[in-house]
Design a protein around this ligand. Sequence first.
Ligand code: ZN
Length: 89
Amino acid sequence: MAQVRKQPLRKCAGCGLMKEKKELVRIVKTEAGTVRIDQTGRLNGRGVYLCRDAGCLQKARKSRALERSLKCAVPPDVYDEIGRQMDGG
Ligand SMILES: [Zn+2]
């Protein structure tokens, strides 16, 4: 019998839906103040989540949701990097 443990839900900054963490990309502002993608889910710092969906990335970019959540500027190359984590990547 497989034990199904409910994963904690996180909110996508693009579409606003709650999803399981594994369905989301985590973006973190590290203690050093740099914004980067959290590949491992273990980075310390303030995090924000996005669906693995280019549409959600676009929405978040337009509405500056990441900037508002992280309270700092998100460089364009970080957005590009996030884009590479999305569907098809
Ligand atoms: Zn989304």
